[in-house]
Design a protein around this ligand. Structure first.
Ligand SMILES: [Zn+2]
Length: 321
């Protein structure tokens, strides 16, 4: 399906951010950027989302399809969707969010949850096909960029966390992605926490460790522990999830000292303010030496990585010019 874009607020915020940024390069470069079309790709394990924005940041068109299992079918689908949203206009740059691991510089991807995509030179393939620069990063980093730029973040030390089937995050310092050794991003879900659980024998993380935060609060973890999806949890079970999330946030706040933590993803958005209130209380109660950071829900809903990918395209081009 192809459609127009959702909320006016998002379009506006995007226009503001993209339209008002100081631009690098010469006049020709600036003109080129203003006239241009930017494409964002959110390549997920279950669905592909593609959107186009103009140089002023106005979102123009978007489309989504289920992710094909096969690599060639997946690439065909992406190219078809890009053509759909570009609608014959010249593309200035393409940005993409995809599961790790990947090599952001070379643009070679091997998303863990798409087993037939291994060592795919996505950058080389899409640059050859579309004749424009292509930039890619891990979905959680791209989501962090989207939320920081468009969700009113602007915090000097900004932590974005997503809680959906799994759990991940991206950490930005002055808007730049924090990269660890081997360019990896911090694995916020795979920290050990002092947890409470009525069924401790069910707490097994997919990474193999027995006490990860992800195993307690992610969609898959919740299903394993409580036998139901997150939307089926009782109030007492949500309390337990909130307690465990709060313990994880306490560790992150104590170690990173972020100014702002934004939480998105289906489980977090489903749990809503009740989950966040409980988690925030536990975090604050257990933080003694550092101030508790602001913690809030994502304002971009399920479009965080898609919008982030458009910002990545624009930022990449700025650096590229
Ligand atoms: Zn783990």
């Amino acid at each position: 399906m192809i459609g127009t874009i959702g909320s006016r607020e998002t379009v506006w915020a995007l226009a503001e951010q993209l339209g008002s940024r100081p631009e690098a390069g010469h006049d020709a470069g600036r003109q080129q950027m203003a006239d241009a079309l930017y494409i964002g790709l959110d390549i997920g394990g279950t669905k592909l989302m593609v959107a186009a924005a103009d140089g002023a940041g106005q979102l123009l068109r978007r489309t989504r399809e289920p992710t094909p299992l096969d690599l060639d079918d997946g690439l065909d689908a992406l190219n078809r969707m890009i053509a759909q949203v570009a609608d014959g206009e010249r593309i200035a740059a393409i940005g993409a969010a995809i599961g790790g691991p990947l090599d952001a510089r070379r643009g070679v991807v091997s998303p863990l949850h798409q087993p037939r995509w291994r060592d795919v030179p996505l950058k080389a393939m899409l640059e050859a096909r579309w004749g424009c620069p292509f930039f890619v990063d891990v979905d959680t980093n791209v989501a962090a960029i989207g939320e920081y730029t468009l969700g009113g973040g602007g915090a000097a030390r900004f932590l974005y966390i997503t809680i959906s089937t799994g759990m991940g995050g991206g950490f930005l310092v002055d808007g730049a992605i924090y990269r660890g050794a081997q360019e990896r991003h911090p694995e916020v879900g795979h920290q050990s926490i002092n947890y409470r659980c009525a069924h401790p024998e069910q707490v097994i993380c997919e990474c193999g460790a027995p006490d990860c935060l992800e195993a307690l609060v992610s969609g898959n973890g919740i299903r394993r522990i409580y036998g139901v999806p997150a939307e089926g949890l009782t109030a007492a079970e949500w309390d337990e999830v909130a307690y465990n999330l709060g313990q994880g946030l306490r560790n992150l706040a104590a170690i990173y000292l972020p100014d702002l933590i934004v939480i998105g993803g289906g489980v977090a958005l489903g749990g809503g303010e009740q989950l966040l209130d409980g988690a925030r209380d536990i975090m604050t109660d257990h933080l003694r030496l550092v101030a508790a950071p602001e913690v809030r829900l994502s304002r971009l809903g399920y479009d965080t990585a898609l919008l982030g990918a458009i910002v990545l395209a624009r930022q990449g081009l700025e650096t590229h010019l």
